[in-house]
Design a protein around this ligand. Structure first.
Ligand SMILES: [Zn+2]
Length: 276
């Protein structure tokens, strides 16, 4: 199908009120599903980062990496359930799947209600550039639904689709505008490191969270802009989160999974669901 052979339809912002057909049983609190638990290179066959958060009245996704389209559908999930996507930072394994998602919503799912995209400054321009690089001409599509971008840096606290989002500056490739994230429904807290080297800010991100999802890219040697297991292991006592899960593992970190589990940690895998 040629993207540009589709007749243009005027944007109708009033058409955003249809019910979304939920593809999961209602949750009392918050349910976290790790859709993608991989690093940038999908080590171990794990999909790029994508985390689905279901709360009582909303579905918010944290990160939507390049492989998220595949991983989402493998779990039987419906893209139309997504109310908002929060992007932790501007690396392809964390937001590279969004252009295909936007076009799927337009041409396949026939979405009408708005899709909110929240992320670091520069997100909107990069999405438009990615659209045209991956699917030439697609940034000129007359969208049938509104995809709205809200750009926020670290150190912010805003309402997102009925949840509270907090962002924190972390230490990663500066051009990627890296943040860590907390999402709360007022009773439960999901916390996520994003991609980062060690920073004391991780203690703040994890503070009293029901689940702290933390990256650990290396199992042995330090790698720039990321965490490695020998260091992280020594920092665990500083985290006051009720549960800690490890994600974004390279091969050497995957080799340390038994050691991580012995330390009382959850190790994320694609499809793992946790109720908070
Ligand atoms: Zn990154």
């Amino acid at each position: 199908m040629s993207l540009l052979s589709i007749p243009a339809v005027a944007l109708d912002l009033d058409a955003g009120n249809e019910e979304n057909s939920r593809d999961f049983a209602p949750v009392a609190g918050m349910k976290v599903t790790i859709v993608g638990s991989g690093d940038a290179f999908s080590s171990g066959g794990r999909a790029h980062t994508c985390i689905r958060i279901d709360a009582a009245t909303t579905t918010v996704v944290v990160d939507f990496g390049s492989g998220a389209m595949t991983a989402w559908q493998k779990l039987g999930f419906d893209f139309n359930n997504i109310d908002a996507i929060v992007v932790s930072h501007l690396h392809g394994d964390h937001f590279g799947g969004i252009p295909a998602l936007l076009l799927h919503a337009q041409f396949v799912a026939e979405r009408r209600r708005p899709l909110l995209l929240i992320g670091p400054p520069g997100l909107k321009v990069r999405l438009q550039e990615m659209l045209d690089l991956f699917f030439p001409g697609s940034s000129a599509v007359a969208w049938n639904y509104a995809w709205q971008v809200r750009e926020i840096g670290g150190g912010r606290k805003i309402a997102v689709s009925g949840l509270t989002l907090e962002t924190f500056d972390v230490i990663h490739s500066p051009g990627s505008m890296p943040t860590g994230i907390r999402l709360s429904d007022g009773k439960h807290i999901f916390a996520y490191s994003g991609d980062t080297a060690w920073t004391e800010t991780l203690n703040d991100i994890a503070a009293d969270a029901d689940l702290f999802l933390c990256e650990c890219s290396s199992g042995d040697e330090p790698v720039p802009n990321h965490l490695h297991w020998p260091l992280l292991k020594g920092k665990l006592k500083g985290f006051s989160a009720k549960r800690i899960a490890i994600t974004h593992m390279g091969p050497s970190a995957i080799a340390k999974i038994p050691e991580m589990q012995a330390a009382g940690l959850i190790v994320a895998n694609d499809g793992l669901s946790l109720e908070l």
